[in-house]
Design a binder for this molecule. Sequence first.
Ligand SMILES: [Zn+2]
Length: 464
Amino acid sequence: MKITFHGAAGEVTGSQHLIETDGRRILLDCGLFQGHRAEAYQKNSRFAYPPESLDAVFLSHGHMDHCGNIPRLYSKGFRGPVFCTSATADIAEIMLKDSARIQEEDARYLARKLDEKHPPIEPLYTEDDVTGVAKLFERLDYKEWHHLGDDLKVRFLDAGHILGSAIIELKIKDRGDWRHLVFTGDLGRRDLPLLRDPETIEGCEILISESTYGNRVHEPAADIKEELYQILYEAYRVEGRVIIPAFSLGRTQQIIYYLNDLYNENRLPHMPVFVDSPLSIRLVSVYRHHLQDMDDEVREVMEEDKDPFGFSLLDYVSSRQQSIELNKRKGAFVVIAGSGMCENGRVRHHLKNGIEHVETTVVLMGYQAAYTLGRRLQQRDPKVKIFDRYYQVKAKVIQLSGLSGHADVEDFKWWYETSARRGNIGQVFLVHGEPESATALASLIRDQCDLEPIIPQYQQSFEV
Ligand SMILES: [Zn+2]
């Protein structure tokens, strides 16, 4: 059996791993490379194998760096089944449509700006490609083994990373022998709101494992609700607005869930909360539809409160007009809007209008990449550029960092020790991590594995 790492090798985006046996050619994930525009376009636009030669694709979850390039695969001729959980199918379709729309808009914008010497920039795929590939999605339940022919079985275990995320466990026949391979996708954490804890495995021969935070310890998620309460209470007292830039998938739903909890406890200060993001609204409806895939705590809440994503002070804002009206609003209120790093989306309008007021609070919830507006706010730059002009930062900026969806050192230790107790772990390949964190994880888990963990390079192949 041969494994080739076509992405997320030595980096954290573009997850794509090819498994070849004597009878099958299957792909684990087909994610987008993100980063420098020209380099990312180069890697995303070409495949190192003919897409039509693949038998099937398995998707671990609906984040773009794991599923975001699958419409490109479709546009280049792939017509096989795409296996994933039901929630992942729903999330991926929404996220991919949004990605296609942004790419088509970007291409039009760049076509206007570039002179004739530059070739036009094409989108990687269109909304039609997304519609086409979504018809290939085959939804499989968690936990059960699914037989996909005489030589292939699959089981999805909960990865606890985002709604629908799966650890993919494959049994695949090669030259008459059954081989046992597990792909973690992105491994979540224990005790995250809404999500079940990641499941462990009963050992395996080959394990392809993420390693994003193999060298980091996160703050506990449990404190975030109390911190939000303090922030809202203070804003209510000074009659200021609270702007929460948040990723539409996952983070926004977690924040709404916490605020809903505070509301149920009669502790939410009497101020309106607006979710100003059409993408988030579409994703909240997917969350409402897949409540059975969430943790027991959600079900307990639902015994008293049928809708954990709605309360009387909460308003979902979809029209542009309503969004603009929020800018003129006086008094205390909360607005949650994308994007999480403030680089695009409606949150930039809210920041532009609120950031020069001392009563405003900006709450940054996650990792802020270098050179983004979010990073400039995080490092307390005295003035920041939004659209075409500079604004003085007079608002309070607070960073809350307990909601990362990725396993940290403690989670990895727990997951590997528990899994290794249940069965032998053979050859591990560490992907989806910068070299330092992959190396740190290799030493952390070495004693739990039969063989020395390998950190593959981009497009490197291994016979296993
Ligand atoms: Zn992910």
